[in-house]
Design a protein around this ligand. Structure first.
Ligand code: 6GU
Length: 259
């Protein structure tokens, strides 16, 4: 996958993209990331990228021309084909909410462009005529889209086949199955008198798988019960949820197993 990122602060991307999984993906040519400084596409002498808001009000607005020029340059660079959709995504608190589902959707593309908004906003014509998608990473306000772009890129890149080692499947991740992850332990089996659940040491793989599934369901029920509505649960697991909900979550529960 090719990822082009438009930003006023290219240096912000140096850290996260040069370590670990991301770096390995670049080194193995599984992804190609190009960071573009929006300022380089401003043609005027002073490379001005922002201006006052029409109608007044505090704060500067990102101008449309440099962003338009940067995107045009990327399109011509890759011999943009009209009939292949190229996601051109504006990172903004007004966008659709990012999720594992959105990451999965984006990981199917061969190329994506991320535009990092800054200052008080971006000229509306960028939304209307240049971007074809807008993404927010949550209901809070960041100083700019850069951190959001890194988060989107990270979540998408690790879903590209070959990026994670063969042992780790992204399909086991939290949220993929609609559940939070089960508790995990490594050696030592006893640390400060804190023990690892015995079943994990039993070697009984079927029992372990069942325990993990139940723990994932229980944890999701305790922390993010709304996720259970979308999780793919068997009928048996739905009954388990009902039982657990009664047992652990209801203040009126009498813990009657035979109910
Ligand atoms: Cl994508 N940008 C900014 N500036 N703030 C955000 C965001 C994006 N997502 C959540 N908050």
């Amino acid at each position: 996958m090719r990822i082009d990122i438009l930003t006023l602060f290219p240096e912000m991307f140096q850290g996260p993209f040069n370590v670990s999984i991301f770096k390995r993906a670049v080194d193995q040519d599984l992804i190609e990331v190009t960071i573009h400084n929006i300022r380089d596409y401003a043609n005027d002498k002073h490379h001005i990228v922002d201006d006052y808001s029409y109608g007044g009000g505090a704060g500067m607005i990102l101008k449309p021309e440099p962003i338009f020029k940067a995107v045009e340059s990327i399109k011509s660079d890759v011999q943009f084909e009209e009939n292949i959709k190229l996601p051109i995504i504006l990172l903004t608190p007004q966008g659709r909410l990012f999720s594992q589902q959105v990451a999965l959707e984006l990981s199917e593309y061969r190329h994506m462009v991320l535009i990092c908004g800054r200052y008080e906003g971006v000229d509306e014509r960028v939304r209307q005529n240049i971007a074809n998608d807008e993404i927010s990473i949550g209901d809070y306000v960041l100083s700019g889209g850069e951190l959001a772009a890194m988060i989107v890129a990270d979540a998408v890149v690790r879903l590209i086949p070959g990026v994670l080692g063969s042992e780790t499947s992204p399909l086991d991740d939290s949220h993929v199955a609609g559940l939070l992850e089960y508790p995990q332990y490594t050696r030592p089996a006893v640390y400060n008198e804190w023990t690892v659940p015995e079943i994990l040491l039993s070697g009984n793989h079927a029992k372990i798988a069942q325990w993990r599934r139940e723990q994932a369901i229980l944890r999701t029920l305790e922390r993010r019960p709304e996720l259970l509505n979308k999780a793919n649960l068997t009928l048996e697991e739905k009954h388990l949820v009902d039982r657990l909900a009664k047992q652990f979550l209801s203040p009126f529960s009498d813990n009657d197993e035979n109910e």
